[in-house]
Ligand binder design. Structure first.
Ligand code: 13P
Length: 305
């Protein structure tokens, strides 16, 4: 057996022994996606964490994802194998700032993107993911919305509700924000027949030029249904693995170079093994923050996608 095969066999053994569920985001490296019980976007993985029957959830993603699982499944042991996998987008907002914005706009509903800390979620009326942000805002009777922390996603959502007033947080994802409209124009010239699919964390000027906008899983679904033979993807490179595997007949390219989230790439098979063996690093959220954040996440799950 190769070292990798021994490692995989050990993970399989420990997974059974610990009664663990392995969840992996679409941005995880190939071998991590391949070992997971479920691979998907933030919405799907939240659903899976909330419904888990196993005692341990190993979350192969970044901190706010494992934290959301811990909020939704407080009786489970939630492990984040890459202890240092943060999210610079989530770091744009803290709870005190949210309270200040609410005080400035007392009539507004606070919608927190799942890419936020537990403390920020606890200050929100409802959470959303990129898969259901429009549906979440649609579910609210409010004329005014504070949308945080992703201003690009907020702008995309706001464009669907011209009758509402949006207060957009000035945060962004460094990976998606680097895609420019010039990148889109360049690929259009090179591949005039191609369909261009982007994540709503991209800048409004990029979203405006795309053929399809959706979460990572919505992009994967669209590629499966699209009649186009060439597809250009504007999100983190992790989605390419599944796309190439499932559609060998299609030409699939990334919209620009450097679409890598370094935090998502921190999870390795070795770290998953360590997490299962030592039950580390455990992610917990103290009451009453957890209970308040749970209410906001639960409302989001009730809206659906
Ligand atoms: P989705 O998981 O909703 O596609 O969003 C991707 C992302 O921003 C992860 O941080």
């Amino acid at each position: 057996m190769s070292t990798n095969e021994i490692l995989l066999a050990e993970i399989t053994r420990l997974k059974k022994e610990r009664n663990a569920l392995i969840l992996a985001h679409n941005y995880q490296v190939e071998e991590v996606q391949d070992i997971a019980d479920f691979v998907g976007d933030s919405f799907f993985l939240s659903q899976k964490a909330a419904a888990a029957t196993e005692e341990v959830i190993v979350f192969c993603g970044v901190h706010f994802m494992a934290e959301s699982a811990a909020i939704l499944a407080p009786d489970k042991t939630v492990l984040l194998p890459a202890a240092d996998a943060g999210c610079p987008l989530a770091d744009f907002a803290d709870a005190e700032q949210v309270r200040q914005w609410r005080a400035r706009h007392p009539q507004a509903a606070v919608v927190a993107y799942i890419n936020s800390s537990a403390e920020v979620k606890a200050e929100a009326d409802i959470c959303c993911t990129s898969a259901n942000a429009i549906k979440v805002v649609e579910s609210l009777p409010h004329d005014e919305i504070i949308f945080l922390p992703d201003g690009n996603l907020g702008h995309y959502v706001a464009s669907h509700f011209p009758e509402k007033t949006f207060h957009l947080w000035p945060g962004y994802c460094i990976t998606h924000h680097r895609i420019t409209p010039e990148d889109v124009q360049a690929v259009r010239e090179r591949h005039p027949q191609a369909e261009i699919l982007v994540h709503p964390e991209c800048q409004p000027s990029v979203v405006a030029l795309a053929d399809f906008v959706g979460s990572t899983s919505q992009i994967l679904d669209r590629v499966a249904k699209s009649p186009a033979k060439t597809l250009i993807i504007g999100t983190e490179m992790g989605v390419i693995h599944g796309l190439k595997k499932n559609h060998p007949d299609k030409e699939i390219y990334l919209l620009s170079s450097g679409l890598v989230c370094p935090n998502m790439k921190r999870t390795t098979l070795q770290k998953i093994h360590h997490a299962l063996e030592n039950l580390e690093m455990r992610v917990t959220v103290a009451e009453p923050v957890r209970a308040k954040a749970y209410a906001a996440l639960q409302r989001m799950l009730a809206v659906g996608r």
